[in-house]
Design a protein around this ligand. Structure first.
Ligand code: FMN
Length: 199
């Protein structure tokens, strides 16, 4: 295991309805090698997260009037150094339940805009699996999560995200199992994230 150069706080957001599905397994493998890091896991499928109503009370600095589990996520995201996501590709993007959580983070963007929160350090990474394989299939997810990370003052590490297409085929499943066993590939991602924090 890699020794931690700094205690890094990770907020891990699992977006699949399958807690032991393929995207969650990639995420778990990554976290299992994050030795010495502090991490909190959030399973969207276990949380009550309602859609944003667009009331824009957050744009005036008020708290969100929607009462659900988002406060747990707001607090974990704002105190994290790293936000890690996993999700299955749904219609070439994030599952709707996870997108609801992203939309509700408009509150964080508004707080940042109003100078009430000065996020400027979070890095983001995602793990995504998909049934088929086609041109540019992960681009919409990269765009959404880059926008999300930028809005909270962070940055999606596109270079470190792990995407696995073709899970509906035997070859894809085999490739996935090989990837899971590729410890070095996960450790090199962790090392790159740690190095960014100590620069
Ligand atoms: C509602 C729904 C939409 C999907 N949309 C896509 C898609 O657009 N492209 C694709 O390649 N796979 C699509 N899939 C397949 C999943 O991305 C794939 O099975 C994934 O590996 C499941 O991951 P999980 O085990 O982590 O839940 C879709 C599956 C579902 C249920």
């Amino acid at each position: 295991m890699l020794r931690s150069k700094k205690i890094i706080r990770i907020c891990s957001i699992y977006g699949s309805p399958h807690k032991d599905g393929s995207s969650s397994r990639l995420h778990d493998r990554f976290l299992s090698l994050c030795s010495g890091f502090h991490h909190e896991r959030f399973y969207i499928c276990d949380m009550k997260i309602l859609p944003c109503t667009g009331c824009l009370q957050c744009s005036a600095g008020f708290s969100c009037p929607v009462s659900d589990d988002m406060n747990q996520l707001y607090s974990a995201i704002t105190s994290a150094d790293l936000v890690s996501f996993s999700f299955p590709l749904y219609f070439s993007s994030l599952p709707g339940s996870m997108k609801n959580a992203v939309d509700r983070c408009n509150l964080l963007w508004q707080r940042k805009r109003l100078g009430l929160y000065s996020g400027d350090r979070q890095q983001g990474i995602f793990f995504c699996t998909a049934g088929s394989e086609y041109h540019d299939m992960f681009s919409p997810s990269v765009s959404v999560l880059s926008h999300f990370m930028n809005s909270i003052g962070g940055k999606l590490r596109k270079d470190l995200c792990l995407t696995v297409p073709g899970m509906d085929t035997e070859a894809g499943k085999k490739y996935f199992e090989t990837l899971l066993l590729d410890r070095v590939s996960f450790l090199s991602r962790i090392d790159a994230l740690q190095n960014a924090f100590i620069k």
